[in-house]
Ligand binder design. Structure first.
Ligand SMILES: *Cc1c(COP(=O)(O)O)cnc(C)c1O
Length: 461
């Protein structure tokens, strides 16, 4: 049976007049649509299983082979093996280091791609998949709301791709100077809009554009973490990392610093494909809606979201929470109302979450460096602090893998303040200072945004 994709909102009734979408679509349709017609998120109706021996065989192999294993499992009925092979080999040309911290504890550095963030992994594979399913003779217009790292990763991933233009919205006051420079200077088919507002405002502008009838003719497509094409590549590194450090059926603990929950969702799917993950640790920053929910069983989004130093995780109601709820049998809508509770006991067995303050984040950067000489940036430090909180509480002694989602050199002020040393920038960041380009300033108002899109976007290839 081919895998088809359904909407997380299919059970909702009469929600602001939107008819629930009860249908099923192909991966290509889900990839191009971004979200379901009822504004829900697409989910695969079955999850392929990986054989233990195929996962074990990834030890000491290049990363793209892990990506090919996952891509074939999900996409074989829609893409030829030759296309999938070309997509992953072209996407993954950089190292994926697994750094030992202490015996059987590792930091997985996902910061060696072109924008030095884990979002490169998803964006590069998605861009290459999209270039194989664009409608003939027409352009695609990608809209991306970013709190920092998504936009540049998506922009860089699509840069120069035929027939595709990218518009990136970012919150003026919530990105670092370096992130701003990265976003403003991509150029070519990639335009940056600097929005007077918060990340949630950017996200709402994009969501509203997708449901606006006048804008339908522009082939608007999302590349945010709501697109299932972004989730799929994020399953791969869990399997790859596990294969490097674990033996047959060996269970591990994985800690994923979480904001919009797309990254952690990749781990949840990898586990459901057969990867032995005993506990998924999902630490958040001071946006503590999810750890509070796990503890109390009552969900209350954080609105407005809180501005923390791990700024790519300043999300008060994570979009991908709808997918987590769905996987555990519940339904939550985009405004944060729970329509059906998930199996909370099962969620607690599988997932641990804790909120990490900015002070704890800074202390963790310092203590991990002093104890182990390992440099973490604020997001990775939230991940590590959450892992330590989990280990303190449970004395679990399984092998642990913590994700480092950005390069420390992207946060030089925080690192220097904590450690007194400046991290060495990776090659991809060294030419940044000399790059040219300005963003277009945009009010956080939908009408202004819509007028801009109607004047700037093109339809024909
Ligand atoms: C986006 C981002 C995160 C959070 O990932 P989600 O998938 O949104 O949970 C963490 N760290 C960095 C550096 C990011 O850019």
């Amino acid at each position: 049976m081919p895998i088809r994709y359904y909407s997380t909102n299919r059970h909702l009734r009469n929600l602001s007049g939107i008819e629930p979408f009860a249908g099923l679509v192909s991966f290509k349709e889900a990839l191009l649509a971004g979200q379901a017609p009822d504004e829900g998120l697409f989910m695969p109706d079955s999850i392929p299983q990986l054989a233990m021996r195929d996962m074990l065989a990834l030890r000491d192999k290049p990363y793209w082979q892990a990506a090919l294993l996952v891509a074939k499992a999900f996409l074989s009925d829609e893409f030829s093996p030759e296309i999938l092979d070309a997509v992953v080999q072209d996407a993954y040309t950089y190292p994926v280091p697994l750094e030992p911290v202490y015996p059987r504890a590792f930091v997985l550095r996902l910061d060696q791609g072109p924008t030095a963030s884990f979002k490169d992994f998803a964006a590069r594979m998605m861009a290459r998949l999209m270039s194989h399913c664009r409608p003939k003779g027409e352009r695609l217009n990608i809209l991306v709301a970013t709190s920092g790292d998504t936009g540049s990763a998506v922009g860089e991933a699509f840069k120069g791709v035929e027939g595709i233009d990218v518009t990136i919205l970012y919150p003026a006051a919530e990105v670092s100077l370096m992130q701003k420079k990265q976003l403003d200077t991509i150029g070519g088919n990639v335009t940056a809009l600097c929005v007077d507002g918060k990340f949630d405002d950017c996200q709402n502008l994009v969501k509203e554009a997708f449901s606006d009838r006048d804008l339908a003719r522009y082939n608007l497509t999302s590349a945010n973490s709501i697109n299932f094409g972004r989730i799929l590549p994020q399953m791969v590194y869990y399997i790859y990392a596990w294969a490097q450090v674990a033996g047959p059926d060996e269970e591990v603990i994985v800690s994923v610093p979480s904001g919009n929950f797309g990254d952690a969702l990749g781990c949840e799917y990898a586990r459901r494909m057969g990867l032995p993950v005993a506990k998924l640790v999902m630490p958040t920053n001071e946006n503590d809606e999810f750890p509070n929910y796990l503890q109390t069983g009552r969900y209350a989004k954080v609105s407005p979201s809180r501005a923390c130093i791990s700024n790519a995780m300043n999300v008060g109601h994570p979009s991908n929470l709808a997918r987590f709820f769905d996987l555990y049998g519940g339904t939550v809508d985009r405004s944060g109302i729970v329509h059906r509770d998930p199996d909370l006991e099962e969620m607690r067995r599988r997932i641990f979450s804790v909120s990490v303050t900015d002070d704890e984040t800074r202390r963790t950067i310092k203590s991990v460096y002093e104890r182990y000489r390992v440099i973490l940036e604020p997001h990775g430090a939230v991940g590590w602090a959450g892992l330590e909180a989990y280990l303190r509480r449970t004395h679990d002694d399984k092998t642990a893998i913590c994700l480092e989602t950005a390069h420390p050199a992207k946060f030089p002020e925080e690192i220097e303040a904590a450690l007194g040393v400046a991290p060495e920038p990776p090659g991809s960041m060294k030419d940044l200072a000399s790059r040219q380009g300005e963003a277009i300033a945009m009010k956080g108002d939908f009408n202004a945004f819509k007028q801009y899109l109607k004047s700037a976007l093109k339809v024909k290839a």
